[in-house]
Design a protein around this ligand. Structure first.
Ligand SMILES: [Zn+2]
Length: 320
């Protein structure tokens, strides 16, 4: 065993916690969670249905376990929690030159259902650290944290094994590593994927044409592009050229947070074309306060970066 391996093993099984829940298990949080996750099982939300079920009353979804004790957005643990970080081993690895982290696996085991009124807390320890591994991402160590969830009587609610890869990324080829040359790396726009269904759209844009996909069987227009007609399920399609004229169907003016490479305020518009389809784009040559729903606009093709021509929109001359 190498010196580093021996030191890493020293981080194992140091118990941290408890990490408490902010609130007791309650119907409001269960309802919100089920709604967000799309879980429609009435045993979580309908008291009458739950009373007739094997549970005899409302229970919380087991997969919601983490939600009870999770840190808030501000990073604060619930009152009375241990404030130590369970991942001291990460700081150790960072000093050794492994700064990056990615979550690779999560396994949960459930022992009992939680019910409204239950109090949950969890404890944490590092269960395993691998030897140094080389993956497609880089060189580093797999770290497995074991979180154990408990009820107020010390009964086990569930386990969660969370595995992360703490690593140093492979060096990238020189042409991509502008940072190494001392120049700040310019952040560009996301490049669109040009596949079987979408290539026509971007080729059209480069040629100054706004093309719309059309079903060859029933003539229905569709956007965004896809392989199948949603009206008749035909796989045969061609395209028509849009006039490029339309109206602002909806919009949002982005102020914060400013994300490169856009200029702010950034006017994002959903345009309804004369032909009837809608597309998301950017409104240019307009003051942020001047945009309104129903405003007539027309397409303008701009090479926003080398090799990337986008259909943008501007207010129609003489429109509105
Ligand atoms: Zn069709």
């Amino acid at each position: 065993m190498s010196d580093i391996d021996a030191q890493l093993q020293g981080f194992l099984d140091r118990p941290c916690g408890p990490y408490n829940s902010w609130d007791e298990v309650n119907q409001a949080m269960i309802r919100h969670w089920c709604e967000a996750m799309g879980d429609t099982n009435p045993v979580y939300t309908d008291p009458e249905f739950a009373a007739r079920s094997v549970h005899g009353g409302i229970v919380a979804p087991p997969t919601m376990m983490q939600a009870w004790t999770m840190r808030g957005f501000t990073g604060q643990w619930a009152t009375g929690s241990d404030t130590r970080e369970p991942f001291e081993v990460f700081q150790f690895l960072e000093k050794l030159g492994y700064p990056a982290v990615v979550a690779v696996n999560c396994e949960q085991t459930y022992y009992r259902y939680l019910r409204p009124g239950d109090r949950v807390h969890h404890t944490s320890r590092i269960e395993a650290v691998s030897q140094q591994k080389t993956t497609a991402l880089g060189v580093g160590f797999f770290v497995t944290e074991l979180e154990e969830y408990w009820d107020a009587d010390g009964g086990k609610v569930g386990d969660m094994r969370f595995r992360l890869f703490k690593y140093r990324a492979h060096e990238r080829p020189k042409e991509h590593a502008a940072a190494e040359s001392g120049k700040p790396k310019k952040i560009g726009r996301f490049r669109p994927v040009e596949g079987h269904d979408t290539k026509f759209f971007w080729e059209g844009a480069r040629a100054g044409q706004l093309l719309i996909q059309r079903c060859k069987d029933c003539g229905t227009l569709r956007h965004p592009p896809g392989p199948m007609c949603p009206a008749c399920q035909s796989l045969d399609w061609d395209t028509v050229q849009s006039s490029g004229r339309g109206v602002v169907y909806s919009f949002v003016v982005m102020h914060h947070p400013p994300i490169p490479p856009f200029d702010y305020p950034n006017i994002v518009v959903l345009v309804e074309l004369e032909e009837g389809t809608r597309l998301v784009s950017q409104l240019v040559d307009a003051a942020p306060g001047a945009v309104s729903i129903g405003m007539p606009v027309e397409a303008v093709f701009r090479e926003v970066e080398e090799g990337l021509t986008l259909p943008l929109f501007r207010p129609c001359p003489g429109g509105a």
